[in-house]
Design a protein around this ligand. Structure first.
Ligand SMILES: N=c1c2ncn([C@@H]3O[C@H](COP(=O)(O)OP(=O)(O)OP(=O)(O)O)[C@@H](O)[C@H]3O)c2ncn1[C@@H]1O[C@H](COP(=O)(O)O)[C@@H](O)[C@H]1O
Ligand SMILES: [Mg+2]
Ligand SMILES: [Zn+2]
Length: 127
């Protein structure tokens, strides 16, 4: 049996979806090590491209993501993880979902449509 194919790319994109609401929370990346850690711990561990290291989601904020179910797509190079989002917000800007802005007026404008759950200055005190 074969699962997600990390031989296709070192980093595979990962969509995190709220298991309860169906909301798409964020998109990030995993390498094989992050994937194995996620399986072993039941908490989502990404690989941060900007920081170039494992990123245990919630390590600073406490907003960890509990794994409810893991899927991979037809050609085994994208992951979908249904999660229970602790703290009610996935985004480091304090919104429930990273997709809190909507493009409007045919691309002329955008609108903040998401719900801000926390103040990042409070949650990320080190920054
Ligand atoms: N917490 C987040 C966070 N939550 C959601 N996201 C989203 O996750 C996506 C991937 O983030 P990465 O850091 O992996 O960046 P990348 O997209 O791989 O690489 P770049 O585009 O930055 O080059 C981003 O596009 C963000 O929209 C976050 N990106 C970064 N953080 C930082 O991660 C650190 C730990 O935060 P917690 O895990 O919440 O404790 C803090 O310093 C936060 O500022
Ligand atoms: Mg990014
Ligand atoms: Zn975000």
């Amino acid at each position: 049996m074969s699962g997600p194919d990390f031989s296709k790319a070192e980093l595979l994109p990962v969509i995190a979806q709220d298991e309860a609401t169906g909301d798409v929370l964020m998109l990030a990346y995993m390498n094989a090590e992050a994937y194995q850690e996620t399986l072993a711990t039941g908490r989502v561990c990404y690989f941060s491209r900007s920081r170039n290291k494992l990123w245990r989601k919630g390590e600073e904020s406490g907003n960890v993501q509990e794994v409810k179910a893991i899927y991979f797509d037809c050609d085994a190079d994208t992951l979908l993880i249904k999660v229970n989002q602790i703290g009610g917000a996935a985004c480091h800007e304090g919104y429930r979902s990273c997709f809190f802005r909507q493009v409007t007026d045919g691309g002329e404008n955008f609108q903040t449509v998401g719900e801000r759950v926390f103040d990042p200055k409070e949650v990320y005190k080190k920054n």
